[in-house]
Design a protein around this ligand. Structure first.
Ligand SMILES: Cc1cc2nc3c(=O)[nH]c(=O)nc-3n(C[C@H](O)[C@H](O)[C@H](O)COP(=O)(O)OP(=O)(O)OC[C@H]3O[C@@H](n4cnc5c(N)ncnc54)[C@H](O)[C@@H]3O)c2cc1C
Length: 520
């Protein structure tokens, strides 16, 4: 065994300055800034000619930890990024196609989640109360347009769990400022024209139009759909998942509030339509709305008409002359993400439709692992790369299963899109097995292999039972023993919901107050 340490990995070059590039720069730089034994330098180069995707507007609660780690005060973030609080997603019209039918996938875990599975007890009363309202207060809070915390709640702390809605362009600017002024990240605005390999196949440097060659020990490919390093240079194949997740197109538009005092929804609203679904995200400055659909099942003109009708119905304003931005994507991911001394993160690694906003959370998870396990030298890099690839391939597969779940459970028959989405051949075997099992037992932690699953059994429960799925579980002795505990959890949840609804401020009201004086 060769134990001679080879080249130390101290010089990280990130290519791309979208949300992925700047998050990675912030996470790697903040992890290593105080490292006395190792000087890690981070250089980020971004093209002045290739615009960022700038759509990703919904985050998970994980973003609170990420921002704290990078050292950004929450009120700065909220103000600078026109950001608002997101408490989960409200799904409209997904089950039968009737817009009056809605359900929540909130960020709060079901009451007693680590101790007791409330599904069998709730099922006995399922006609009286939705699953989300029986086990969580968050649907009540969102229905009233309330914030997830009080003015006095400290920064990043919560009364009910939350992530954010944000303006991605402003977010990248804020991260850039923090990274370059306080975390020592070197920033070059330049177009990468060539990737230069050395004799053993590693990347030695990238050539730029104005700044010559930039050398590095580890290259992070954050070049978005271009995937300049992993895709174009290394030719790592792309695994197309269009046979499972049909959506490959999006129309995105920004819609102003009719009035500055209009409420700001504290959840993403996801409304199903005949060939896809519409996202509706309330920022402090505007709403970000878009239709993601399958080009196989809808023309762009029909999609545009669908979006126009939604905007008219929900805001009373016409889209007017503003053309939505059209984005085509290939749902899928690279066959591996870390090859030799190059790791791809963000859209350069892959992209699936934005249902459940899983893209930025994957960037955060990638940034966490790369920064915390930054290989000490070239010898151990391949070991870290192997572990990284195994973990992230697993994660992409689980995300695909979870997104597909929303379509498989639908009973819509109004278009071939929905009917075909339930076709056996389009459903991954892993998901089919879980659905077969869950007919007889509700989702449990043990059904999913990892402790840090991207989507936990709680998320599966919210979507399954929100969509009307039935589990025919046998009554067990344990169930009878825990019946009183379950009843108490349901009652406590109802009482807590009333207290929160009476005491939490309106979402816009709190955001306005923070705009005035900041949080504690
Ligand atoms: C319709 C849509 C909706 C979305 N909604 C969500 C959501 O709600 N939640 C969520 O988490 N995510 C969402 N996403 C995904 C999210 O926007 C992205 O994952 C995120 O913005 C990261 O993008 P990126 O940084 O990988 O790529 P990009 O933003 O495309 O950045 C690419 C960067 O690479 C640079 N570059 C390219 N070529 C070169 C070159 N030759 N030289 C130098 N630099 C180069 C560009 O200049 C740019 O800086 C959505 C995406 C889409 C398409």
């Amino acid at each position: 065994m060769n134990s001679e340490p080879r080249q130390a990995i101290n010089n990280v070059v990130i290519v791309g300055g979208g949300s992925a590039g700047w998050l990675l720069a912030g996470l790697i730089a903040s992890e290593h800034i105080d490292d006395e034994h190792r000087h890690v330098s981070v250089t980020l180069v971004e093209s002045p000619d290739v615009r960022t995707i700038g759509v990703g507007e919904g985050t998970w609660p994980t973003m609170r930890t990420t921002l704290q780690k990078i050292g950004i005060p929450e009120s700065d973030f909220l103000l600078r990024c026109s950001a608002s609080f997101k408490q989960g997603t409200k799904f409209v019209g997904w089950s039968s196609g009737d817009d009056a039918e809605t359900y929540y996938h909130p960020f709060t875990a079901p009451a007693g989640y680590t101790d007791i599975n409330l599904v069998p007890y709730w099922q006995k009363h399922r006609d009286a109360v939705s699953f989300a309202n029986a086990v969580s207060t968050q649907g009540y809070v969102c229905d009233k347009g309330l914030a997830p915390k009080q003015k006095e709640t400290p920064e990043y702390a919560y009364v009910v769990n939350y992530g954010y809605h944000l303006d991605a362009g402003k977010f990248a600017e804020l991260l850039q400022e923090r990274c370059t002024t306080l975390l020592g990240v070197r920033h070059l605005v330049d177009h990468v024209t060539r990737v230069n390999g050395d004799l053993d196949g590693d990347i030695r440097s990238v050539s730029t139009a104005k700044n010559g060659d930039i050398e590095g020990d580890l290259f992070v490919d954050c070049t978005g759909f271009a995937s300049l390093l992993l895709g174009k240079h290394y030719q790592v194949p792309y695994i197309d998942k269009r046979d499972i997740l049909f959506n490959d197109s999006a129309l995105a538009i920004q819609v102003p509030y009719a009035d500055d005092s209009d409420p700001i929804a504290s959840q993403t609203i996801s409304t199903a339509r005949s060939a896809g679904w519409i996202w509706d995200i309330g920022l402090t400055s505007r709403r970000g709305i878009g239709y993601t659909y399958s080009s196989k099942y809808s023309t762009d003109e029909d999609a545009q008409e669908t979006l126009r009708r939604y905007i008219e119905a929900t805001s009373g304003t016409a889209t007017g002359s503003v053309e939505p931005r059209k984005i085509r994507f290939q749902p899928g991911h690279r066959g591996k993400f870390w090859h030799r001394n190059c790791v791809a993160v963000g859209m350069a690694a892959g992209f699936l439709e934005p249902l459940e906003a899983s893209a930025l959370v994957l960037v955060e998870l990638a940034g966490k692992m790369i920064s915390e396990e930054l290989p000490a030298n070239r010898n151990v890099m391949d070991i870290v790369a192997k572990r990284y690839n195994e973990l992230f391939l697993y994660r992409w597969d689980r995300i695909i299963d979870f997104l597909k779940l929303h379509y498989v459970l639908s009973k819509r028959t109004d278009s071939a899109y929905w009917i075909d989405n339930r076709g056996d051949e389009s459903v991954p075997q892993s998901l089919r097995e879980l659905l077969a099992l869950w007919q007889y037992q509700p989702p449990e932690h043990r059904d999913l292999a990892h402790v840090d699953e991207v989507f936990s059994a709680a998320s599966y429960q919210y979507v399954l039972y929100g969509m009307g799925f039935e589990t025919h579980a046998r009554d067990s002795a344990r169930q009878s023993r825990d019946a009183i505990k379950a009843q108490k959890l349901f009652e406590d949840n109802t009482k807590m919901a009333s207290r929160l609804v009476a005491n939490l401020p309106g979402n816009r009201k709190l955001l306005d107050m923070i705009g005035g004086t900041g949080t504690q």
